[in-house]
Each structure stands twice: as structure tokens, then as C-alpha cells.
Design a protein around this ligand. Structure first.
Ligand code: ADP
Ligand code: ASP
Ligand code: MG
Length: 412
């Protein structure tokens, strides 16, 4: 008998028939003798709908109230799934994040989990029930409802699995696993049988939303075995595991893209110690996470600084930067939200050279201009004009031989 945490995403619980289908899967796992904790997301589109409603009343809604609204999405799903299970004769009980004490900090809309007191879940399991936990939500030390950032139900599942020392954390979604690129964009993308935590972490943070970034970080830190698989079939999915020697042989294992970022440039910034700290310090105080930062070589004592932020933070960041720019007497602040970031990821890059050059030349051949570049040990990212995003992903997938056909040829 194993203790299994299963997480079902928005599409998987998108309507009542799909919820029934999920209930059946859960009931089967239970009937096989396993203890099951289920984490569910809001029904597909519901979180966006709720954000839209809030924005009709307030263009930039108060984040405490927004969390109160957003948490309702998952609360509906847990109740519905519990009913569906009970109808199938399977004992089940639903819990909100607050009821199972998913304690977070107080950073509304992107709170971090501080601790979980899994006792109520354990009691339910002991009583023979399936425990159904609302994803994406927690409660702060001041008892305020918080949410864990978009895609945060993955994190709830992994954190639950860690707290309960579960045998596995199954992430059921609308694709068969983690692919070499988003299969909805690249039809030749290939499913990976295994991927290392580090590569998955890079892919996720670079935009592959199949797993939320923090959930991968958490899984890595607590050694939680994660299995990403389809909620619509029984095929094995992708195991996210510790790196092993065979993984280094592959130079590039995946391509990611992100079209939810925006670029801000501040021109003629005085090239003096403390200026960057003044600018970025103010952004950090607002809990805004920066991504790429590029500072040009200084000319006549001035420099230009460009950086990217999540598009959701674009307006707020522009306002802050415009204010700071006046204080530090910079020349101009320019914003562009029609950008996309494409990235290549692979642990093999540590030991292979020339990978970035191949990427730049592939983009160049397609006349795609590179606006910003950033690299780490196992990734290279380029910011490009948004309209070339899909083309860039396909071209890079091809250039690094990631397609099903390319691999079949290599093995022949
Ligand atoms: P859920 O609602 O189940 O949490 P998400 O929409 O958050 O599902 O994540 C699944 C989606 O992730 C897929 O439909 C796919 O479009 C996207 N995706 C992006 N990159 C990848 C990738 N490398 N492998 C698989 N899916 C990916
Ligand atoms: N419902 C939330 C979202 O859409 C959380 C999740 O689905 O994981 O971001
Ligand atoms: Mg998701």
C-alpha cells in the first residue's frame, strides 16, 4: 500500500463529466488499496474569469481582496470532486488550504509556503477517506487567505507530498508528460521519459508551464519524486528525478518560451556606484521579480539599463521606474510589452561549447533579431519580437535535433 498524492489541473476538472472521470481514477487508485490525497485546481478558465471580474471593478485590484476572490475557484472544485467520489461510493472529504493549515507568508498573490500541518489530512486518511485539498491557496500567520502564484496547485501537491512523505506525487494534466518543447506549438516535440530537477527547474522558470517553477524547486529540495502524466489516458508520463550520468550526453534537452514578459529600458543613467541599487531596490520593495538585466558599457559616464518583468507586473513596475528615473535624473524610460523570450536548456551545456553560437545563428538565418541575451550554466535565453516566437521555438527545436524523427534517425 502506498500513499499517493494526485494533482489534477484545470482542464482535467474543466466540466462535470471530467470531474466524474477524475473521481473514477481516484476511486480506482483507492480500490487498489492505496491512500490517496488529491489536490485540484479551479475549473479551466475560472481563475482568469475571476481576475477579469475583479479588474472590472478595480483596474489594479487590492491584492488581499483578489486572493479572497481567487481562492473560490479551487474551493468549488474540491466540493464538486468530493461529491462525485461520494456518488461513486468512495468516502471523501474536501479541505481548503486554511483547513489543512497550509501556512504561508503574507505576500498576496504570490505567497510562499512556510509550513503545513498535515494532521487533518492524516486523520481523514486514517478514517479511510480520500482527502481532497484545494490547490493554489494558503493562509498567512494573520489568518488572511493567500494564493501561491499562477499554476500554484502544483506547489500545493508537491508540498503536501513532502509533508506526508508520500511515495509519489502524480501531476495529472492535459498533455502526456514533459516534452522537448510545448507539444501544442511544436508537433514534432517528443515526450521525455525522465528529466532532471535542474533542467525541469530551468524549463519551468523559462516559461514551460507544465510545472510551476516553485513546485520543482520544492520537489528538488525535499526529494519528492514527481510524475507528470495525462489525466485522459494511462500511458506513463515523465519522471522528474535527480540528475544521472546519462543525462549529460544530451546537450540541449528542451526549448521553452515565455510571452508573458515585458521589457523596460532606462536611458542615460549615471554610471555611479549605488544607482542600480536605488533602481532595483525600489522594484524589489514592491515584491516584483526581475528576470533579465542588461547594462550597456558606459559612455561619457552614462549607461543604458534594460530589464524584463512579468507582464502582470508591467504597469506597476513602469510607475516605480518612472518615479526613480526622475530622482536619479535618468533621461528616458521606455517600455515594450510585445516581446517574447525563447530559451534552450540542457545539463550537457556544461561540457559542450558553441551551443549559444548555434542558437544565435539559427535565429539569424530566419531574420529574427535578438534584443537581449542571458545565459547560465545550463541555459541560453534570447528576447525577440513577440510575433516571431513560435517560429523561433520550431527552428531551435529543429536545430538541436530534438524531434521524434531526428532521434529515431540517430538511434538507427
Ligand atoms: P494544468 O491546468 O493541468 O496545470 P497547465 O496548462 O498549467 O496544465 O500545463 C500544461 C500545459 O503546459 C500544456 O497544455 C502545454 O501547452 C504546456 N507546456 C509548455 N511547455 C511544455 C513542455 N515542454 N511539455 C509539456 N507541456 C508543456
Ligand atoms: N487556478 C490557479 C491558476 O489558474 C492555480 C492552478 O491552476 O494551478 O493559476
Ligand atoms: Mg498548471
Amino acid at each position: 500500500m502506498a500513499l499517493i498524492v494526485q494533482k489534477y489541473g484545470g482542464t482535467s476538472v474543466g466540466d462535470v463529466d471530467r470531474i466524474r472521470n477524475v473521481a473514477q481514477r481516484v476511486a480506482e487508485t483507492r480500490a487498489a488499496g492505496h491512500e490517496v490525497v488529491v489536490v485540484v485546481s479551479a475549473m479551466a478558465g475560472e481563475t482568469d474569469r475571476l481576475i477579469g471580474l475583479a479588474q472590472k471593478l478595480a483596474p489594479r485590484p487590492n491584492e488581499r481582496e483578489l486572493d479572497v476572490i481567487l481562492a473560490t475557484g479551487e474551493q468549488v472544485s474540491i466540493g464538486l470532486l468530493s461529491l462525485a467520489l461520494q456518488e461513486q461510493g468512495c468516502a471523501a472529504r474536501s479541505f481548503t488550504g486554511g483547513q489543512v493549515r497550509i501556512q504561508t507568508d503574507d505576500v498576496h498573490t504570490k505567497a510562499r509556503i512556510v509550513s503545513i500541518d498535515a494532521e487533518r489530512v492524516q486523520q481523514a486518511l486514517k478514517a479511510g477517506e480520500v482527502a481532497i485539498v484545494a490547490g493554489f491557496q494558503g493562509v498567512s500567520t494573520e489568518d488572511e487567505i493567500t494564493t501561491l502564484g499562477r499554476g500554484g496547485s502544483d506547489l500545493t501537491a508537491v508540498a503536501m507530498a513532502a509533508a506526508l512523505q508520500a511515495d509519489v506525487c502524480d501531476i495529472f494534466t492535459d498533455v502526456d508528460g514533459v516534452y522537448t518543447a510545448d507539444p501544442n506549438i511544436v508537433s514534432e516535440a517528443r515526450k521525455l521519459a525522465r528529466i532532471s530537477y535542474d533542467e525541469m527547474l530551468e524549463l519551468a522558470s523559462l516559461g514551460a508551464k507544465v510545472l510551476q517553477t516553485r513546485s520543482v524547486e520544492y520537489a528538488k529540495n525535499y526529494g519528492v519524486p514527481v510524475h507528470v502524466r495525462s489525466s485522459f489516458n494511462d500511458r506513463p508520463g515523465t519522471l522528474v528525478v535527480k540528475e544521472d550520468a546519462s543525462m549529460e550526453k544530451v546537450v540541449v534537452s528542451g526549448i521553452a518560451y515565455n510571452r508573458h514578459e515585458a521589457k523596460i529600458t532606462v536611458t542615460r543613467v549615471a554610471d555611479r556606484p549605488g544607482i542600480a541599487a536605488a533602481l532595483f531596490g525600489r522594484i524589489a520593495e514592491a515584491n516584483i521579480v526581475l528576470d533579465m538585466i542588461v547594462q550597456n558599457v558606459s559612455q561619457d559616464g552614462f549607461t543604458d539599463i534594460s530589464f524584463t518583468v512579468a507582464r502582470a507586473d508591467y504597469g506597476k513596475t513602469l510607475e516605480i521606474v518612472q518615479r526613480v528615473a526622475r530622482e536619479i535624473q535618468a533621461d528616458k524610460v521606455m517600455g515594450d510589452d510585445r516581446i517574447a523570450k525563447v530559451s534552450i536548456v540542457g545539463v550537457g551545456m556544461r561540457t559542450h561549447s558553441g551551443v549559444a553560437a548555434r542558437m544565435f545563428s539559427a535565429l539569424g538565418k530566419e531574420q529574427i533579431n535578438i534584443q537581449m541575451i542571458s545565459t547560465s550554466e545550463i541555459k541560453v535565453s534570447c528576447v525577440i519580437e513577440a510575433k516571431y516566437m513560435e517560429l523561433a521555438v520550431r527552428v531551435l527545436h529543429d536545430t538541436f535535433g530534438l524531434g521524434a524523427q531526428a532521434v529515431a534517425e540517430e538511434q538507427a
